[in-house]
Design a protein around this ligand. Structure first.
Ligand code: SF4
Length: 466
């Protein structure tokens, strides 16, 4: 199995990994492809069509500006969140865009980015088709891309689906083309992971660190992990010092800064669980505001891993840089299992795939820092997902705000509880992590489409927007 920790944890901007980061990356890839194949000079128009969940909730999830930014040659991990809005506004006003940052063409955001609310591509719910034309109106290039969760993007050539353009057929398959880099400790299930750790006398984090060394030196891996930690801390700091109302029209008030003030006033009276809640709210408010976050493993669920890691930094004796690395590596091991054997996409399996996966990852990672054995880590991860099974995705107004922000806070506390329960046990338990992940996948397949990031069911229906 070859999914890197840096595939699961990526720096990007909010509000959604699948609906913001993925489309931006796809648009960037399309522009780069035109450039790399020398087709760019022939292009006079570009049209981007968004299908499925992207078409249904793209407006609320910032997919349209993400596409515009990607077409200008900007990438999610590099774009400055502060410049993003002005760039899109300038494209709107000028009715023109510098494609791939190099080739100026006429472009109307409202006309050339099309959201199909009820059509979807067969391969995946989050499909996109980009079409470039020349002066005669002939197609210069047309390409389908799929945002398959957590900011992962597949080109149509990676899906065996090149003929697919506009089917309405539903597919629940998540086909991930595996990196074929040989790693020293390949694993495809939780059972295999625990067995590897046991056989070689390793911790879960050691297994992943050894595997990461197949891609880069250990020093680079450690430096990359500390960079992620620094982005997480900056995100919490911004989130706990910024007030106001979140964008999108729901007029949701940011609460983290005010809560921080209350907790500081309470001093020793505030519990660390209050801080956990604060940190998760801060990250997800930043995400909802289009700020810089670490996908963990998605943007909608980006608050849980940082909130639990912050908790560990305050409560685990001897917490240091190595503890940061071990936490993120262990979380990545668990995230790989969800990505490989089920899904981390709300559009595919509902929120259990986002918040559920993140809760499981954080629970297992915290269990390792608490000194848990591989069996206890697996147990913690299983508890973390078991009590999120069936969780639907029903964001009000299609915005990653309600229920997403509070849900991260609750799941963070749940992850800590799961870890503490697990390390006080002996690792023996009835439901294995593998069975829980299989259950999540089956539940997601049974779940009606209206509960899978379409904003057509649940709270999205019962809460009246004003
Ligand atoms: S409800 Fe869950 S899956 Fe849906 S947008 Fe919110 S965090 Fe993501």
């Amino acid at each position: 199995m070859a999914i890197s920790v840096f595939d699961l944890f990526k720096v990007g901007i909010g509000p959604s990994s699948s609906h913001t980061v993925g489309p931006m990356r796809a648009a960037y890839l399309f522009g780069s492809r035109l450039h790399d194949t020398d087709l760019l000079p022939r292009v006079v128009s570009v049209r981007c069509e968004l299908f499925g969940s992207l078409g249904a909730t793209g407006h609320g999830h910032g997919s349209v500006p993400a596409v515009v930014l990607g077409l200008t040659g900007r990438q999610p991990h590099l774009v400055d969140p502060v410049e993003a809005q002005p760039v899109v506004a300038a494209v709107r006003e000028a009715r023109g865009i510098a494609l791939a940052g190099k080739h100026r063409i006429a472009f109307s955001v409202d006309r050339d980015v099309v959201l199909h609310r009820t059509r979807r591509l067969a391969f995946h719910s989050n499909g996109m088709v980009f079409t470039a034309r020349d002066t005669a109106g002939d197609v210069v290039e047309r390409r389908a891309y799929y945002s398959v969760g957590g900011g992962f993007v597949l080109d149509e050539s990676e899906t065996g689906d090149e003929a697919e353009r506009s089917s309405t057929q539903v597919s629940s398959e998540s086909v991930i083309r595996e990196d074929t880099t040989p790693v020293p400790y390949p694993f495809a299930s939780g059972d295999e992971l625990v067995a590897l750790a046991r056989t070689h006398g390793l911790r879960i984090s050691d297994v992943v660190l050894a595997n990461e060394s197949a891609w880069r030196p250990e020093t680079e891996t450690r430096a990359g992990l500390l960079h992620l930690w620094s982005v997480m801390r900056e995100c919490v700091e911004r989130g706990t010092t910024t007030s106001g109302v979140l964008p999108g029209g729901l007029r949701v008030r940011r609460r983290a800064a005010e809560l921080r003030g209350h907790l500081e006033a309470e001093g020793a009276g505030a519990t660390d669980m209050d801080r956990v809640t604060l940190d998760a709210l801060a990250v997800n408010e930043e995400n909802a505001a289009g700020g810089r976050v670490v996908t963990a493993p998605t943007n909608g669920a980006a608050g849980i891993v940082p909130a639990v890691l912050h908790h560990a930094s305050r409560t685990v004796p001897g917490f240091d840089d190595d503890a940061v690395a071990r936490f993120l590596l262990t979380a990545a091991a668990i995230g790989q299992l969800f990505k490989r054997n089920a899904s981390i996409s709300g559009a595919e399996v509902g929120c259990q795939g986002e918040v559920g996966s993140a809760c499981s990852m954080a629970a297992g990672a915290f269990a390792e820092l608490l000194g848990g054995t591989p069996e206890q880590v697996e147990n913690a991860a299983e508890i973390g997902i078991e009590h999120n099974l069936g969780l639907t995705c029903d964001p009000v107004g299609g915005l990653v705000q309600i229920p997403c922000i509070e849900r991260n806070a609750v799941a963070s506390v749940k992850a800590i509880t799961a870890a503490r329960m697990a390390v006080r046990g002996d690792g023996v338990h009835h439901v294995s992590l593998d069975k829980a992940i299989r259950t999540m996948r089956a539940t997601g397949a049974d779940m009606k489409v209206k509960y899978k990031e379409t904003a057509r069911g649940g709270l999205a229906l019962t809460v009246v927007e004003c």
